[in-house]
Design a protein around this ligand. Structure first.
Ligand code: HEM
Length: 545
């Protein structure tokens, strides 16, 4: 029986898996299973069989995939980063791969036809994202992020998404332009100081300060001045959330005992992760909302006000919903958000809008520094479109076609998000592939963005891949930095406009060149979390005329 075997016997019995596992890992697994069997009062052999059975789902369905580890399936492979493991696994096992993430079967699919069904055509089967470890339907936990749009499910998600969607229409985006301009002026002053002092500039700090200032102002009209004050709590807490690592003991506990910890957290009203950040944002946003209630006439055109307006008018301003957005056909109704739900969405906007946009802007500037010919083409366009005034208008932004191509190509090469996922709600068969209820489907964005068939010579930075003609030749599913379908990124237009405006503003005034310590192409990216470079990226800045 498996449980009575020594570790040595185990290694000789099993084939591929055991031969590839390091001795120390085998010992650890054996020891953990031993402890676990005592804990749950279950004989070791039974527990071993249970654990092995847990990971036989794909084998039984003849779907290929990398061998799972006994305790964690493939979750720990995340340490090597989605970009790396997805590329390796796709090369070895093809476009449909069976894996186990967070204890559940997870199909990694890079076949665009199947993805079209999952993300668009059969969306009603795949409305939800994969549940977080320990997450329950209608999670009533008090955690702020448990109420955020990203994790809501089914009809509740549809209703909240429909309520929030009008905050991102073209009309609302036009109102945001002056916010971008105000924050750009501060950014311009900061970059000027680098140019004057001839110091090389840490792109991440400068771009991160700008996107945090912008999103805080756009979300709830707060001047946080993170561009000047790098230790501001807004940035500190947002950074803390993005810095979470898989090897963090709290994450390991959550992975090992998701259900138990979820129960304990709600029973004893504590939060294992981000308690301080949660408390800070709740307090700050509650204050802002209370102030608005006292002075309703001082309403600002920010996201918070749009959500608060939705609190007042259940029907909302239907005329404001763009036809582009209505195509999502959510079949939801606009609902009143509770105060906590409103705060949760604003908190999510901060998280969603800060790091992703900062990373994209800083990669774009760096790529332009490494490619002076492309930077010059941007300058030509800017000189044609922008007049002598400092302010960039919404109409200007619409004419910056080449800059837009630069942004799109940057997002292809360095998509901040490396995978998107959905969970199957009802069994379905797509092109002969049966996907059962509860199975997660993940789209490996880097595999798709670096596929030679979609993008020849994919390591090359080439904005001309995104001319209207070139785009028309490609399957739209081959471009996923903002996800796809009705559950794509709600902030896509906001982010694109912010990044385009920032690039135009900076390149009009400054030229960027690689600093001595510059990383060359291809820029190596770090393994965990959102895409970021392994080492900080620096550029030199000079005034343009
Ligand atoms: C370059 C910047 C950004 C990138 C690359 C990005 C990327 C993404 C991706 C890949 C998703 C998942 C989509 C899917 O599952 O199909 C997503 C979802 C989301 N993003 Fe963004 N995002 C960016 C900026 C923003 C901004 C500025 C905001 C808010 C102001 C935002 C708010 C959200 C929200 C709320 C969701 C969840 C949507 C839902 O579940 O219905 N994002 N984003």
């Amino acid at each position: 029986m498996v449980g009575q075997l020594s570790v040595g016997q185990l290694s000789s019995r099993s084939t591929v898996y055991w031969s590839t596992v390091r001795w120390s890992t085998v010992q650890l697994v054996n020891c953990l299973v031993g402890q676990l069997s005592k804990l749950v009062n279950c004989p070791r052999p039974v527990l071993f069989r249970f654990l092995k059975h847990r990971y036989s789902y794909w084998k039984n369905r003849q779907i290929q995939g990398p061998p799972p580890s006994l305790l964690f399936g493939h979750t720990m492979a995340l340490k090597r980063g989605f970009k790396t493991i997805d590329a390796e696994w796709t090369k070895e096992y093809g476009s449909v791969i069976g894996t186990y993430m967070f204890g559940k079967p997870d199909l990694i699919i890079s076949d665009l036809e199947i993805l079209r069904h999952v993300l668009v055509k059969d969306f009603s089967h795949f409305v939800n994202r994969r549940r977080r470890p320990g997450q329950k339907v209608g999670d009533e936990s008090n955690q702020l992020l448990a109420k955020a749009l990203t994790v809501l499910e089914g009809q509740h998600w549809k209703d909240v998404r429909k309520t929030i969607t009008p905050a991102f229409t073209t009309g609302k985006m036009k109102n945001m332009v002056h916010i971008f301009n105000e924050c750009l002026k501060i950014m311009g002053d900061i970059v000027s100081e680098y140019a004057l002092e001839k110091k090389s500039m840490d792109l991440k700090n400068v771009c991160g300060g700008f996107t945090m200032d912008t999103i805080a102002k756009a979300a709830f009209a707060i001047d946080v001045d993170t561009q000047r004050d790098l230790n501001n709590p807004f940035t500190k807490f947002a950074k803390e959330i993005f810095a979470l690592k898989l090897k963090d003991w709290r994450v390991i506990l959550l992975l090992l005992f998701p259900e138990t910890l979820a129960k304990l957290q709600s029973m004893f009203n504590f939060q294992l992760l981000f308690a301080e950040a949660d408390a800070f944002f709740t307090e700050t946003l509650t204050k802002v909302i209370n102030q608005r209630a006292k002075q309703p006439k001082a309403a600002k055109p920010d996201f918070l006000q749009l959500l608060l307006n939705a609190l007042e008018s259940e029907q909302g301003d239907k005329s404001d919903i763009d036809s582009e957005i209505v195509h999502e056909n959510l079949n939801g109704k606009r609902i009143k958000l509770t105060l906590r739900e409103t705060i949760a969405q604003c908190f999510l906007f901060i998280l969603g809008g800060y790091e992703t946009s900062a990373v994209t802007l800083h990669f774009a500037l760096y790529l332009l520094a490494l490619h002076p010919d492309i930077q010059e083409k941007c300058v030509d366009e800017i000189n044609q479109v922008l007049d002598a005034t400092d302010e960039i208008t919404y109409e200007h932004v619409q004419k910056l076609h080449y800059i837009e191509q630069v942004v799109l190509e940057t997002l292809r090469m360095y998509s901040p998000v490396q995978r998107i996922n959905r969970e199957c709600l009802k069994d379905i068969t797509i092109d002969g592939l049966k996907i059962e209820r509860g199975v997660a489907v993940s789209a490996p964005i880097y595999v798709i963005h670096y596929d030679e068939k979609n993008y020849p010579n994919p390591q090359m930075f080439d904005p001309d891949r995104f001319t209207p003609e070139a785009k028309a030749q490609r399957d739209p599913l081959s471009y996923l930095p903002f996800g796809f379908g009705p559950r794509n990124c709600i902030g896509m237009r906001f982010a694109q406009m912010e990044i385009k405006m920032a690039l135009a503003f900076l390149i009009k005034r400054f030229s960027f060149t690689p600093s001595d310590s510059s990383a060359a192409m291809p820029i190596k990216i770090s393994r965990e979390g959102l895409t970021k470079p392994e080492t900080l990226l620096f550029v030199n800045v000079q005034f343009r005329n």
